[in-house]
Unconditional design. Structure first.
Length: 392
């Protein structure tokens, strides 16, 4: 009999977002509602392919002559055009590499920091849950800084500013560039300037994660923080994703950027390429070709900008409708109304979350919701079920 090598293997807990998504998919109730999924949803509850993407794909299909590998660090044209989205007058001191989505950018940068700057990385409390897993897998120690009080439902900006005064010099601080996930609470332009001063004074290292460019206050305003730091001469790194910005979720299109003012850019590039080579060898081409086609063809770019603005306005309008319907139960009224992007905390207890699931309404255990899961066909049902809950 063959030896059973895998008889005693361990298991890991399922990712909560995908696990709840599976629960929703397996639910036979035709009136089920998914408020957990982290993607753009239209008024019919669907995630459509952008018109600009469809047009770009047609052109690519007609023009494509090869399926050979991209360079290890990706398509130069894709990187050139993506830089322009994030930075004013991007110069040669910005190292760039195409990655497998924004998550790939986080992982590659995490491994690079572990190699060259082996110190803890501080993430907001709360943050996108996978930040912890990705950075720990890269070998980094992950710590947190105060950002949101989930008991009293309020932002902790003052506490964050105080944290910047006390954290050790040279610390790596992860910053959400816009549309903070999961709270939706962003910094104002004046607050970004104040934060920059503290980073400069304390010698802190900024690590920007930008996954929702254009979906908060628009393309130019959403890049304010990262471009402000860049224009000030700060060295930093940026992880960027096109998943939400162009609805290219399954195509896994991302990029990393490292701003370097020393004479070590070539050495840095060689290490980043080696890390990529050891992880996935080369990035996938299709999504990057779509992005660069949209960004260089003016008519496609204009279509995309209009569509992105439609997405942004839908999130604003849906948030307003949701707030009007649920205002009596929303404890953090100011924070909820002013939040940017798709996400917010509903601010209810786990028992209420579980009671909603019994009614085929799915959200995360901590009550984070994607407000775009609400649409004209399900709002009334959600409100009716919610009103029946024993709120305490």
């Amino acid at each position: 009999m063959a030896h059973l090598f895998f008889e005693h293997v361990g298991s890991q807990p399922a990712d909560p977002v995908f696990e709840i998504g599976k629960m929703w998919r397996d639910d036979p109730n035709p009136e089920k509602i998914n408020l957990a999924v982290g993607i753009y949803l239209d008024a019919e509850g669907k995630n459509p392919v952008m018109r600009a993407v469809k047009e770009a794909e047609k052109l690519i299909l007609e023009e494509e002559k090869t399926k050979t590998y991209l360079p290890i660090d990706g398509s130069p044209l894709f990187l050139q055009e993506t830089k322009k989205l994030l930075f004013t007058e991007p110069h040669t001191q910005i190292l760039a590499a195409q990655t497998v989505g924004g998550t790939g950018a986080l992982r590659i940068l995490g491994q690079y920091l572990k190699l060259e700057m082996p110190r803890p990385v501080y993430v907001s409390d709360p943050t996108w849950q996978n930040h912890h897993g990705v950075f720990k897998a890269a070998g980094l120690e992950v710590k947190t800084y105060p950002y949101y009080d989930r008991i009293n439902h309020k932002a902790l900006k003052k506490e964050f500013f105080n944290f910047l005064d006390s954290v050790e010099k040279g610390a790596v601080i992860l910053l959400h560039g816009c549309c903070h996930n999961p709270t939706g609470i962003d910094f104002t332009e004046d607050e970004w300037k104040f934060i920059l001063e503290k980073f400069q004074k304390r010698g802190l290292f900024p690590f920007f994660d930008i996954a929702y460019l254009g979906l908060g206050d628009g393309l130019k305003k959403d890049r304010f923080g990262v471009d402000l730091f860049y224009q000030s001469g700060m060295e930093m790194c940026v992880a960027f994703s096109f998943s939400k910005t162009m609805d290219l979720y399954r195509d896994r299109v991302g990029a990393l950027f490292l701003v370097n003012h020393s004479h070590t850019l070539e050495a840095m590039q060689s290490t980043i390429k080696q890390i990529i080579r050891q992880n996935y060898s080369n990035p996938p081409a299709h999504g990057a070709l779509v992005v660069e086609k949209i960004l260089i063809e003016s008519h496609l770019r204009n279509i995309w900008i209009d569509e992105l603005e439609e997405h942004r306005k839908r999130s604003i309008e849906t948030r307003s409708i949701f707030f009007e319907a649920f205002e009596p139960w929303i404890l953090h009224k100011k924070e909820f109304k002013e939040a940017k992007g798709f996400f917010s905390y509903l601010g209810i207890k786990k028992e209420e979350v579980f009671a909603l699931r019994k009614e085929s309404i799915y959200l995360l255990d901590d009550s984070r919701i994607n407000i775009l899961g609400i649409n004209p066909s399900n709002l009334a049902r959600f409100k009716e079920v919610f009103e029946r809950l024993p709120h305490g």
